[in-house]
Write a protein that binds this ligand. Sequence first.
Ligand SMILES: [Cu+2]
Length: 165
Amino acid sequence: MSFKSYVLSAVTTLALATTASAEMAHMMVQDAYARASNKMAGAAFMEILNHTGVDDRLIEARSDVAKRVQLHTHKEDANGVMKMMHVEAGFAIPAGETHLLQRGGDHVMFMGLTRELKDGDMVNVTLVFDKAGEITVQIPVDIDRQPEAAHGGHGDHGDHSAHSN
Ligand SMILES: [Cu+2]
């Protein structure tokens, strides 16, 4: 009887460990940051690395910092003007590939901010993948961060390593 319950708990532990590594270790999020564009809206940007071994898709994002959170992209309209649009199908992320959420491209959109996004604040964002499930990441607000395209000079304002609390 005690042997049996030992075996059961070992199996349970193994199952939990497997689940945790499948969700956290293989779909990796790197270099994430969030910012507010104005008092009402903001966005989150990051690199998502699909290390799961299977093609997947980011289908939804959630956060308590906004009333509505959507997956957006930028698209040029007939007049050559860049416009943001909601991508309902989400973003495909093939196995082994990295998908960039970046300024002027795909991004997680915060519509109707529930609080001010101040430099250095942390926001929780839950990414929902078709196969990998939900992954919640804590990402810093970085108001000074420049778009990647204009990345030439790093500027010297703001010590980005000093977000201790
Ligand atoms: Cu947007």
